[in-house]
Design a protein around this ligand. Sequence first.
Ligand code: CU1
Ligand code: CU1
Length: 288
Amino acid sequence: MHIRKNCKDLTASERKRLVDALITVKRKGVYDEYVRLHAQYFVADGEGGKRHGHMAPSFLPWHRKMLVAFEDELRKVDDSVTLPYWDWSRDHAPAAAPWTPDLLGGNGREGDHQVMDGPFAYAAGNWPITVQVTDDTFLMRDFGGWANGVTLPTPDDVEEALADPRYDAYPYDSTVTTGGFRNRLEGWTLGADVGWKLHNRVHAWVGGQMTGGSSPNDPVFWLHHTFIDLLWSRWQERHAGRPQYEPSRPLPRGDAQYGRVVSLDEQMDPWRITPREMLDHGRLYQYA
Ligand code: CU1
Ligand code: CU1
């Protein structure tokens, strides 16, 4: 059991060890396997097949498992390293943690949005982008630049999601209109509430590689999803008496969502683990 801390509370030595572990895992080729895997499981509502990672109830347990697996890779390199989180509901300053030169580096420059400082800047030689959606092999960011300006979520936005006592609701995709914590947090349009929220909004705010299926190309992906995982953990504590996941059983044959949603005791690909097995993270890690 280890502790995941807020990235702004990491010591200088913890920041250095995290960066060094990320770069080592990248050099070994392991990092890009996670980028590829994430892009592969970016199945949307409109496509066929089962939705494991996104637009689905298993969004939260699927990413929880992905974080644990990736964190294990970092810890093979340096077992003092854990994934920190970025509280994007409060820490909005574009030059503060995690965007400092000794952690993730800052915003991209005007024009091509290339990140120019820190260990992940192209010129530093540590971070060629090999799994990509464009021809550019450099890391890009464009803070707030997407769709004529997008802002980071606020504590009120977070509270609105945490207050919803229901985990998810039919049809368990991105078009749920009746609420549910999962879709509020994942951040698709909810009924009359149009626009990207919370999780999606943060991907959009960072810009660059973070806006697509290969978003783990930007190491901030892990700090973002660790905070998503922390929020899920808080929701679980607050609503401990409620069903912690749904659907609890596979949807019936003939249902429009038949075969497309992972229920409580079905395995999530490629992890070969069920949502139920990922509900309790307390033996693996805790949040500071
Ligand atoms: Cu994802
Ligand atoms: Cu994400």
